[in-house]
Design a protein around this ligand. Sequence first.
Ligand code: ATP
Length: 403
Amino acid sequence: MKIGIYGGTFNPPHLGHLAAAQAAVGALGLDRLFIVPASIPPHKELPGDTPGPEHRLAMAEKMADALLMPQVVQLSQMELNRKGKSYTADTLAALREEYPEAELWLLMGTDMFLTLHRWYEPERILNLAGICAFGRTEEDGEEVFAPQREYLEKNFPGARITTITLPDLVDVSSTRLRELLARGEGRDYLHPAVYGYILMNRLYGTCADLKHLDIPELRACSYSMVMQKRVRHIRGTEEEAVRLARRWGADEDHARRAGILHDCTKYLELEEQLELCETYGVELDELEHRAVKLLHSKTGACIARHVFGEPDEVFDAIFWHTTAKENMTTLEKILYVADYMEPNRTFEGVERLRRLAYSNLDAALLLGVETTIQEMKDRSLPVHQSTLRAQAWLRERGVTTEE
Ligand code: ATP
C-alpha cells in the first residue's frame, strides 16, 4: 500500500495545493493520500488573523472532498489533535506504527524541499518516508531541485527522492491569498467550496453581504455547504431551471438562484434539520418529523430566505421542490421538473420527461409526481400527502402524461 502525506497550514487551502495533491496521487500511484493540517507549524508563525483550528479543519476537509476521490484522499486530524508543535517526524512515526507495511511518501513544494535538511529530525523523516517534491512556479525546474536532491542523498544515505512536474501550476501562496481576500479579491485561486466557506464565515477580513451576493459568490456558498459530488447535479438543475424559465416565461434570475440553493441543506442530519425548522418556525407533519429526505427542501428554503435574502418566489420554489403540492406557480413547477430531469439524471423514462418539460410543463410535473408515487410504493415507503394532492390537482384539471 502506498500512502501519501500532504501536510501544511492550509491557511487557506488554495488551487495550488489541490493541483499538487491531484498530480501526486496519479504520479505516485497512491492508494491513500492523507491531508494533514498542522496545529502549530514548526517552520512559520501563524499570522494573527488565522482562523481557529475548527475553520482550518473544515477548509482542509473541503479541499480533500474537492478532489472527488473519497476512497483515496482523506483528511487526518492527527496533528490538530496532538499537543505542541506539529513535527512531521512524529506524524510519520505515528503513520508507520498504524501502517507498518505501507510505503510512505511525503509531499512538499519547492520551498519546503529546499529547507528539508533544517527540519526537526530530518534523518528520521527520510528514514520513514520517500520525498515527493514538486515545483510551485515556472522557475522551479531541475536546476533548482538537483543540488538539494544530491545533498540529501549524500548526507542521508538511503533517502528516496522523486520530483514531479505539476501539469497545472498555480503560482500563489496562502500568504498572498490572505492579502487578496482582505481586499475583496482572490477567488480565482480558491476552490468554490473553500471560497464559499470563507465568505460565509467572514474569514481573512472578508465582509461579503450574504444577502446581496453575485451569482458566482452564491454558487460558492451553496457548494461550500454540500459534498462536492452533488455539485454537478446542482449546476445541472440551475441550468435546466434557467432554460425552462426562458421557455415558460418565468423569472430567469429567480430560477437560477432557486436552482443554486435548492439542495444547500441536503447533508444536514435529522437533528440539525429539525433544529432549523424550529428556529424558522416551519411546522412539520408526522411523516416529516421522521423522514429526513423531506426536510432539506424546507430548511433549504429557510436558509435561502434568512441567510441569503432570497424573495418569496425563490423560497416557495425551494420549499416545494421535493413533495410538490396543489396550486403550484410556474417557478415552483420549473424547479421541481428541473431537479427531476437535469442533464445528469439517467433513470428510465427521463427522456420522455425531458420532452414533456418543454412541450407541456403540467404534464411533465404530473409525470414527475407519478414517478415518485410509484417509486415510493415499490419501496413500501409512505407517500407525502402534498404529493398526492399535487397529483389530484393536476388530474382534476385534465392533465395527463401523454405526449
Ligand atoms: P503560506 O503562504 O502561509 O506560507 P503556502 O501557500 O506555502 O502558505 P502551506 O500550507 O504552507 O501553503 O503549504 C503546504 C504545502 O503545499 C507545502 O509543501 C508547499 O510547498 C505546498 N504548496 C504551497 N503552495 C503551493 C502551490 N502554489 N503549488 C504547489 N505547491 C504548493
